[in-house]
Ligand binder design. Structure first.
Ligand code: ADP
Length: 241
């Protein structure tokens, strides 16, 4: 609800990229991301799509502060990521970005609850609150009955729900997901799609999702199409119609 009560909801860009370039030198210059400028407003559900190798993952990593651009700037929640030290950057990421991956990336020796609580511990949340909030988040993603399961004891869809709960732990400004349904069957894909759209619609969670999945495009407010590292189209998605 917090987002919906924010007077800047839907107006101020929460994430801004200016003239982003990411160049790899492989004998010749390979522009993985080429002159990308964009603004994402609070509460938006934005899908980034495009053929394999067009720079989607690289762009998402730059927007998340996981990777540094060759040139250009990312401004997240009013703060430029340029010039931050590695420690400062990881603190900003921990506080402001929730990241979800194709392969879930849960820690195998931790239970579902412990995986969700980990970012809370890392950001200094007292243990009692961290445990209670992690339990709330697992309930929020429909997994309260699985809190003591290890990742290997969960289905792919359940693991992705845990990963989404973990990404939400520090109440991120932006939830980012890189092909979150690529390893899931079609029924589970529908569940994860429903969860992401529910988080966006009910909680106003800003979401940026890299995907090939057309059903997610139907749920998005905006769809950015990338070709050869460039944004070639910025169009309304299904949710905007
Ligand atoms: P996508 O996510 O759309 O499949 P990527 O962002 O993974 O695309 O990659 C974009 C381009 O950048 C590709 O041509 C890829 O080969 C290249 N690339 C990505 N990472 C590296 C790297 N570490 N070194 C060299 N080239 C890279």
């Amino acid at each position: 609800m917090e987002h919906l009560l924010d007077p800047d909801f839907g107006r101020e860009p929460i994430l801004r990229a200016r003239s982003l370039n990411k160049v790899y030198w492989l004998g010749t210059a390979v522009y993985a991301v080429s002159n990308v400028s964009l603004e994402i407003r609070q509460g938006e559900f934005v899908v980034i799509r495009g053929p394999s190798g067009c720079g989607k993952s690289t762009l998402l990593s730059l927007l998340a502060g996981l990777d540094r651009p060759t040139s250009g700037e990312v401004v997240l929640d009013g703060q430029s990521l340029s010039g931050l030290s590695e420690n400062e950057l990881s603190a900003v990421r921990r506080q402001k970005i929730g990241m979800v991956y194709q392969s879930f990336n849960l820690l195998p020796n931790l239970t579902a609850l412990e995986n969700v609580a980990l970012p809370l511990h890392l950001s200094g949340t007292p243990a009692g609150f961290a445990g209670r909030h992690a339990a709330y988040l697992l309930d929020r993603v429909g997994l309260s009955g699985r809190s003591r399961h290890l990742p290997t004891q969960l289905s792919g869809g359940e693991q992705q729900r845990v990963a989404i709960a973990r990404a939400l732990a520090n109440d991120p400004k932006v939830l980012m997901a890189d092909e979150p349904t690529a390893n899931l069957d079609s029924a589970t894909t529908r569940d994860i799609r429903a969860l992401l759209t529910e988080l966006n619609r009910d909680l106003g969670q800003t979401c940026v999702v890299v995907t090939h999945d057309h059903s997610l495009i139907e749920d998005a407010h905006r769809v950015l199409s990338l070709v050869d590292g460039r944004i070639v189209a910025d169009e309304p998605g299904g949710a905007a119609r």
